[in-house]
Ligand binder design. Structure first.
Ligand SMILES: C=C(O[C@@H]1C=C(C(=O)O)C=C[C@H]1O)C(=O)O
Length: 355
């Protein structure tokens, strides 16, 4: 292409960008007005169900080159920036920087929000409970390692709400300053990451070297970069963040390794038409109690998507997910029977990428 053609195309782009800027600013002005209405009515600024409805509508209208993922990436960033102009949002995540939870937080809250790295799940609940952070992001389960008990315990103890779920595909890398695998004498990572990469480690004789479990995979990269003879199993972003050369990508045993995260806050979502609800249930210690509970859900046509038993202070409780919103008539009906035994943890928009 000659230079004249390029200049003409760039002029077109400049004009489009000028229009986009004008329109986005106009949009921000309206968001501001919505913010004023909400301030009067006491409504929450962040409305995931409304954001989903906008993305669904845009996807159905779309006849250009953008796919759903691209529309989502663009608009979630625009929503996050709008909300942030209204009310700067502090988001507490299970740190350190670059952790999978940090990635989940950024996927939802965009680049403009302010993030606080917290070193424990309980610390995140405390941060949101004391209103130091508006939102908290915590892992709830991994497809290979199951439920995260600390998160269940905190959901049981604190009166906070799950307002959204995020599911991330989890990929691990082996990163090290060593040029040869044989030079690796020890590997740092999180305990569950060692579990998830067992086959890879054994195939390369790395099950024989010392495995040092630490609290986060990104911290593993930070340590390994300063320690000759060591390596880290960490996310791609973690290795990049600490300038640790990546030797192997995607070393996890299962290629559909996923982690589900909850976003917690202190408000409840309205219905979106495509919701999921999480509850904790204590059932009486008599024969058939669980069967009766499940049958009751079946009778009102509620699809249970997850049921996990969990022990809290010696008592068995069930963590249950089902399709529907807590304000749906059939949900209200069935839950009223178990009043006192059920803690509703939150109703939120169901993610497409399920675990
Ligand atoms: C503007 C609103 O508030 C927030 C911002 C949104 C937006 O930018 O479109 C959508 C939903 C909310 O998270 C709203 O509720 O309509």
């Amino acid at each position: 292409m000659n230079e004249v053609g390029l200049d003409a195309l760039r002029d077109k782009l400049d004009n489009i960008d000028n229009e986009l800027l004008k329109l986005i600013n106009e949009r921000m002005e309206i968001v501001h007005q919505v913010g004023v209405v909400k301030a009067h009515s006491g409504g929450a600024i962040y409305r995931p169900e409304r954001e989903k409805a906008i993305i669904d509508r845009l996807e159905s209208l779309n006849n250009g080159k953008l796919n759903r993922a691209a529309i989502e990436a663009l608009f979630l960033e625009i929503f996050a920036i709008s909300r942030n102009l209204e009310l700067p949002e502090n988001v507490a995540y299970l740190g350190p920087e670059g952790s999978f939870t940090h990635q989940a937080a950024e996927a939802r809250f965009g680049a403009m929000s302010s993030y606080v790295s917290i070193s424990s799940i309980k610390g995140i609940f405390r941060e949101v409970d004391t209103k130091k952070a508006r939102f908290g992001v915590v892992p709830i389960e991994n497809s290979s390692n199951g439920i995260v008990t600390d998160t269940i315990n905190c959901l049981n103890t604190y009166n906070l709400k799950i307002i959204a779920e995020v599911v991330l595909d989890i990929h691990h890398t082996l990163a090290s300053t060593c040029d040869k695998i044989e030079d690796i004498k020890r590997i740092y990572s999180k305990d569950i990451a060692f579990e998830q990469c067992r086959k890879f480690l054994s195939n390369f004789g790395l099950d024989e070297v010392e495995h040092i479990p630490i609290e986060s995979t990104t911290k593993a990269a930070k340590i390994a970069v300063n320690e000759p003879g060591s390596a880290a199993i960490c996310p791609h972003v973690g290795a990049k963040l600490h300038n640790l050369p990546i030797l192997f990508e995607n070393i996890e045993d299962k290629d559909n390794n996923k982690t589900r995260f909850f976003i917690i806050s202190d408000f409840e979502n309205g219905q979106s038409g495509n919701d999921k609800t999480s509850i904790l249930v204590t059932l009486s210690d008599k024969q058939g109690a669980l069967v009766e509970f499940l049958t009751d859900f079946n009778k009102v046509n509620i699809n249970l998507t997850k049921i996990k038993s969990h022990i809290v202070e010696g008592n068995s409780i069930f963590f249950i997910d089902f399709d529907g919103h807590k304000d749906d008539e059939n949900v209200k009906k069935v839950l009223s029977k178990y009043d006192g035994n059920v803690k509703i943890l939150g109703s939120y928009v169901k993610e497409i990428n399920d675990i």
